[in-house]
Design a protein around this ligand. Structure first.
Ligand code: ZN
Length: 276
């Protein structure tokens, strides 16, 4: 087992608001600053969504993604992973819009490949989307982070890997406890992990109160982990986290206590098979 562990910080997502936790970043400047702080605390990757700078509502403008990417790259060498989930986009142009962040050539982009109910809406990822997205990422030299919310998504990803659409090693993010994906339990995580292909990289996240138990399992099982406000805004029950970096710091401390070594961005590139 590679003892090194990659910590991803998902600093804003599209759900939490400043009303829920005043530290949730909205503007590109705030989002980039949060990511850089997380880098200092031990995160090798920043997973980025963007918000309307004034209202905080989920946004998907390429210019906002570009500003965040540029601001992070100006200040540190952490890997940047831009979302392509576009959960709030719809209509005939949705696929093209979802792929706009890929053209900015970040290090990674999230790749969702199964349709599902996602809280109060349908998260639509038809097969033509996942094939087109995988192709676009390969053409732009962007590594896909395959987000899986239930076991069927792993089967679809394996099919794309076998078809040569995703280059090895495939990188999975096991998303545990999203409403309405697989629940965040010890049994479910083991079930998901045991269905992954050999020689893949995998990371795990847990939603809300499941964050700590899921990342602890990830650390113990030799995986990588993700924390941050996208998944959870609390330090512990009833106590808000002061920053994303506080969560990264907690996760890094836990990983080290349990015998893992926190990967630098350069090490993360090597583990994920990215070019330098
Ligand atoms: Zn995301």
């Amino acid at each position: 087992m590679d003892n090194r562990i990659i910590i991803t910080a998902a600093v804003t997502g599209s759900n939490p608001t400043k009303e829920m936790n005043p530290a949730v970043p909205y503007t590109p400047k705030e989002i980039a600053a949060a990511a850089v702080q997380c880098h200092k605390a031990g995160a090798a990757i920043a997973h980025i969504h963007v918000r309307d700078p004034n209202t905080g509502k989920p946004a998907f403008e390429k210019a906002l993604f570009k500003e965040v990417l540029d601001r992070i790259r100006d200040r540190c060498d952490m890997l940047v992973n831009l979302t392509t989930s576009g959960l709030h986009l719809s209509g005939p142009d949705a696929i093209a819009q979802r792929l706009e962040p890929v053209s900015l050539k970040p290090d990674m982009c999230s790749l969702d490949l199964g349709s599902m109910n996602f809280r109060d809406r349908v998260f639509s990822n038809p097969p033509q989307w996942s094939r087109e997205a995988a192709k676009c990422m390969a053409e732009n030299g962007v590594k896909p982070e395959i987000e899986v919310f239930e076991p069927g998504h792993i089967r679809q990803a394996v099919d794309l890997v076998k078809g040569g659409m995703i280059l090895p090693p495939p990188a999975f993010q096991l998303c545990m406890g999203v409403y309405w994906g697989i629940e965040a339990s010890v049994e479910s995580l083991l079930f998901m992990k045991n269905r992954l292909p050999d020689d893949c990289c995998w990371s795990v996240l847990g939603i809300g109160p499941a964050q700590l138990s899921m990342i602890t399992m990830g650390i113990l099982l030799g995986g990588h982990i993700r924390v941050g406000f996208e998944d959870n805004i609390y330090r512990k029950k009833g106590v808000l986290a002061e920053s994303n970096a506080e969560m990264v710091d907690m996760a890094a401390d836990l990983a080290v206590r349990l015998g893992r070594e926190v990967a630098t961005p350069a090490q993360a590139r090597e583990i994920l098979g990215l070019p330098y």
